[in-house]
Design a protein. Structure first.
Length: 468
């Protein structure tokens, strides 16, 4: 077979928008494609009024609460979660966190929020990708077989092919989701005059350069055999690809069918994702085999083969161990801790995100987490952490000692009930921990609005938590 030309593009779905942006729960019905198309037309018609090209919090609140009938807290959750993905320095994040923490009343906080805005087109894409965890009754009925222990491997469980799928970590699901919904995603970005009366594209529809720039929120890539990663729009503007993606320098637009075809032909699995980490990652000897047990700890990372911003550390089956680490491998990494039991795990470096799944009878003490920590299907674990936001689902008997600017998010996924203890009164000690939290953009007094609360919730949402 002939080797591909040197100018061939290799595209993939960015991990962070789906890993951190898509809530690990089914979205509200009115966040479906039909209503998002209506929202796209609505905001475009209000250019310059806090809607286009940037959408301000006041107008999004009006759209979400008035037209999409979302609760106000949920509207802010989506807005704030998307804004947290924006590329900002730690100093900028810290400045915003301190400003929010300094607000003495809800009125002051609302005035501060009214100054915030997000990229409108990218925010529409962000709302669309909430469909990642949409429950399909058809798929549930005919798409999957009853799980069998004999056919389930450890690697497939880690990437999300277990009985309780975690699509947020599964880069294969990311690729499939974008390919299956690519037409809808592109149509959501089209100018109104490029759509039919039913809000669909035609063979002659043109995609603006601004729309492709917005799509870079979801897709990036590189040239064939090159290591440098580029956003989608930079690759799309490269001269050798113009014939395939239909770009016109005169109109600065792309042909809709050609662009869609080019994207489909180039889209592949993320080379920096979970699958690649499990297949080619470096095994770390951080934990020892416990004598007399058949369980073997499995810890892997991809830090040796990816750019710094794409680090992943996967930790599985740590059993009856005390593990303490602070290293460059962990700094800024997305960490997944899976099936760890009867252990004490200290990961003290600043982390990008953390997911703890199916663990029991363990204690986790973590360095500052810049974005989100998600706890799923855990029993009797204790988590001590400074983080931007915390979400839990299907957990029992867990205790959380946290410092966070947002209320914990309890996800009611139809599975086990959440029954846990909270303590939200952590204070940072002087010195290293304070500095590291600031380096991650977290203010020391950021827990405004729900601190010094201690409770055991029999009914979720009774103690300052946010329920979804």
């Amino acid at each position: 077979m002939a080797e591909p030309a040197a100018g061939l593009a290799r595209l993939w779905v960015r991990a962070e928008p789906l890993l951190l942006g898509a809530l690990p729960a089914p979205p509200p019905a009115k966040l479906g494609p039909h209503y998002l198309r209506k929202m796209a037309a609505y905001v475009r018609a209000r250019a310059g009024a806090g809607a286009w090209p940037r959408l301000g919090w006041p107008l999004w609140r009006r759209i979400a609460c008035g037209k999409l009938q979302l609760p106000r807290d949920l509207a802010w959750l989506y807005f704030e979660r998307f804004d947290a993905l924006a590329p900002r320095s730690a100093a900028q994040r810290l400045e915003r966190a301190e400003a929010s923490a300094a607000c003495a009343s809800d009125h002051e906080l609302e005035q501060l929020r009214s100054q915030f805005s997000v990229d409108t087109l990218q925010f529409l894409l962000f709302l669309y990708i909430q469909q990642l965890n949409k429950v399909s009754l058809r798929t549930s009925l005919i798409g999957e077989e009853w799980p069998s222990p004999r056919t389930r491997s450890q690697s497939s469980s880690l990437i999300g092919k277990s009985t309780c799928q975690n699509k947020n970590w599964n880069d294969l699901d990311h690729q499939a989701f974008v390919l299956n919904h690519l037409s809808d995603l592109l149509e959501l970005l089209l100018d109104p005059d490029q759509l039919t009366a039913s809000s669909h594209s035609t063979h002659s529809s043109l995609v603006s350069l601004e729309a492709v720039q917005a799509l870079s929120f979801l897709i990036e890539g590189s040239l064939y055999k090159a290591k440098t990663v580029h956003p989608l729009h930079e690759l799309a503007l490269w001269q050798p690809f113009h014939v395939k993606n239909g770009y016109s320098k005169i109109s600065r637009t792309f042909s809709f069918p050609k662009l869609e075809g080019w994207l489909r032909s180039c889209l592949t699995v993320n080379p920096f994702g979970m699958s690649a980490c499990l297949k080619s990652g470096k095994k770390l000897a951080w934990a020892q085999q416990v004598e007399g047990t058949t369980k073997r700890a499995k810890i892997a990372c991809n830090a040796h083969m990816v750019p710094e911003a794409y680090r992943i550390v996967v930790m599985s089956q740590v059993y009856k161990q005390t593990l303490a680490k602070s290293s460059e491998t962990l700094e800024g990494a997305h960490v997944r801790i899976h099936r760890c039991n009867e252990s004490f795990i200290y990961l003290l470096s600043p982390l990008r995100s953390v997911t703890i799944e199916k663990c029991s009878n363990s204690t986790f003490i973590l360095g500052p987490v810049q974005t989100a920590i998600h706890i799923h299907s855990c029993d009797n674990v204790k988590v001590i952490v400074v983080c931007h936001c915390l979400s839990i689902s299907s957990t029992t008997g867990c205790t959380f000692h946290i410092l966070t600017p947002t209320r914990p998010l309890i996800l009611l996924d139809g599975g086990r009930h959440n029954r846990n203890a909270w303590r939200a009164s952590i204070r940072l000690s002087e010195g290293t921990e304070t500095t590291r939290a600031e380096d991650s953009g977290l203010a020391e007094n950021c827990e405004r609005g729900w601190t010094d609360q201690e409770s055991k919730e029999a009914v979720p949402g009774t103690s300052g938590e946010q329920v979804l």
